[in-house]
Design a protein around this ligand. Sequence first.
Ligand code: ADP
Ligand code: TRP
Length: 321
Amino acid sequence: MRILTGLQPSGRLHIGNYFGAMEPAVRLQDEGEAFYFMANYHAMTSTGDPAALRENVRGLAIDFLACGLDPAKAFFFRQSDVPEVNELAWILSTVCPMGLLERCHSYKDKVAKGLSANHALFAYPVLMAADILLYDANLVPVGEDQKQHLEVTRDLVGKINERYGEGTLVLPEARIREDVAKVPGLDGQKMSKSYNNTIPIFGAQKKIRKLVMKIETDSTPIEAPKPTENSIILDLYRFFASEAEQAQLKADFEAGGFGYGDLKQRLFDAYWDYFAPMRERREELEKDDAYVEKVLADGAARAREEADKVLTRVRKAVGLR
Ligand code: ADP
Ligand code: TRP
């Protein structure tokens, strides 16, 4: 089974991204042949700053490796290091009805948010389909927001195979990560960089402690029992603490006598310890650009071998060869 997913390099990762996307991807690398890439072509639809794009890709590569992506198990590469993906995107676009793309929520949402309605933004799902189909991927783990893009991908496979013959492209399945818990942000809404309520995975201790201290709480006095229903502190704590530790913190909420400052400090300590090994690994990687580059170059070379096989098959089927 071939598993594939792409992550957009779009700035510092937060703990929602970690538990919602990276940690599941790291677990999946043991279940099949994994292809993980950084979607830098896609990121160009939201940034026009070359230095930022380069830096975000470097940062994401380091973060992902620090969080346990194992290059011995997964092919890990930059999307743009296999530029053949653009050829497949072109071939797909010849069977892609305008209406299919016009219906995409993600496109409509981005335009509503003020991104310019250019061709790349419109054609985004076609390139994403090419990302998946170029490697004959079977399983594509993504968040709920990408579900429609996977449907577009499957539609395009149907159209290509109908016109050029069954087996021209492999039909992938989405694995929507419904089972992963939504990580709440500082204000209790879903943690998201668009809500400005995130806690990063990596960063300076003082700064992050300060963020944790900003978690919204009520005005229950120190001595009084604290409500445990809908407590953002308790909701976040469960990602970092054992069952016993969670029960203890809950009991301390209920007993009273602990201020929110104390309770947040315990959440912060648990968070800090949880990411300690990854933080250490990150510091080493940060100093070793050559290693990171080599991982990505090797990943791209291996990915390219697979891409060549598929593209040769597709070129023949459509009459380019
Ligand atoms: P953001 O909402 O901060 O812009 P992205 O949309 O770039 O994050 O998300 C990248 C990945 O992280 C997606 O797979 C998404 O499902 C996951 N993710 C983002 N925020 C959360 C969250 N609060 N809880 C769980 N998963 C999340
Ligand atoms: N569009 C995806 C996102 O924003 C990233 C992505 C690009 C992707 N190509 C992909 C995900 C191929 C899965 C498969 O999260």
